[in-house]
Design a protein around this ligand. Structure first.
Ligand code: ATP
Ligand code: MG
Length: 308
């Protein structure tokens, strides 16, 4: 019999078989028995040193100080998006009421209900990209998109992206009270990666913001580089849901230009101003281009809320 008495060599410890032990005592020592004997005699010496363990399992992580100095792998793209301070409860600087930060407020509950219904629909169809748009300006598109994004970001283990694609009148940065220097131009033109242009106000929420209006709004949304940048964003961010805040459907052709990039549209209707004719015109514009996921009644009277 050959004995491998390599210092520190270790094999997986088999369950002790009393019969086998007896047999060894009678027949002389087997290779297994020899190793067991060595372990029993010198338990500390039998433990592999870190370097020996590394030799045996070169791919396994090791906690030795030497290996801790090896270059670490880069964090994934989502974690490289810069985190920015965000106080959802603060009111100063901010234009929009972020009801979604006050969990018990009736409006916050409405956004949670909308989130749940939206997630059911998206999950059932394997969709992720949702445009948020209204027939006309001031209906509450940004208000709805931001509050819905905050509600989505509370789903444990999820990732939500909110992109301000309203280049006519960007509003998300101001709504969330996030100061920005540069917009998303470099990202949408394909000259900068998402992790250099997006920000993370919450660990589970990334936002793409713009600071100033751009008269080439429709052209940006039409461009091939914009489509490619958003494909890359969805792939590399691992986002579960992406919301796109868009300009009014009936005032500009920006939303129409952007429809190929989304799976569906949430239409925001102002309970105090939007007419049935405007909603019908929007539906007509969307028909054949994008799925209408639902019409959200903003500024609804209390009696119109599904929670009352
Ligand atoms: N449900 C609401 N309750 C209280 N205030 C609201 C509500 N919806 C909208 N507002 C207010 O109305 C104003 C316009 O809202 P918002 O900016 O969301 O409109 P918008 O549709 O994004 O407009 P635009 O098309 O110009 O971007 C904001 O000051 C916002 O705070
Ligand atoms: Mg807006």
């Amino acid at each position: 019999m050959k004995h491998f008495a390599v210092p520190g060599a270790l094999t997986a410890s088999p369950v002790q078989d009393p019969q086998a032990t007896r047999k060894e005592d009678e027949d002389g020592m087997t290779e297994q028995g020899f190793k067991r004997f060595r372990r029993r005699r010198a338990p500390a010496a039998a433990m592999p040193s870190a370097s020996e363990a590394d030799r045996e399992r070169p791919l396994a992580a090791s906690a030795s100080p030497a290996s801790a100095q090896l270059p670490a792998t880069l964090p994934e793209p989502w974690d490289r998006i810069r985190q920015v301070p965000f106080d959802g409860g603060a009111k100063e600087q901010r234009r929009l009421p972020l009801v979604s930060c006050f969990r018990t407020a009736p409006a916050a509950k409405s956004f949670d209900l909308l989130r749940t219904r939206l997630l059911h629909t998206l999950k059932a169809r394997g969709w992720k990209r949702v445009a948020v748009a209204a027939p006309s300006s001031g209906c509450g598109t940004t208000f709805s998109a931001v509050n819905l994004a905050l509600s989505l970001a509370r789903v444990p283990g999820s990732r939500t992206v909110l992109m301000d694609m309203n280049f006519r009148r960007p509003g998300v940065a101001q709504a969330m009270g996030i100061p920005i220097q540069a917009g998303m131009g470099a990202f949408l033109s394909g000259s900068a990666p998402m992790e250099d242009c997006l920000l993370r106000p919450l660990p589970s929420l990334a936002v793409g913001l713009n600071s100033a209006a751009d008269q080439d709004a429709a052209e940006i949304l039409h461009s091939r580089s914009c489509g490619a940048a958003l494909d890359d964003l969805m792939l590399r961010s691992g986002a579960d849901t992406a919301l796109f805040d868009l300009p009014p459907v009936l005032e500009h052709d920006d939303t129409a230009a952007f429809l190929p990039q989304v799976d569906g549209v949430l239409l925001i209707s102002d309970g105090t101003g939007t007419t049935a004719a405007q909603l019908a015109a929007c539906e007509k514009m969307l028909a054949g281009h994008a799925q209408l996921l639902g019409v959200v009644l903003n500024r609804a009277r209390k009696s119109e809320s599904p929670l009352h």
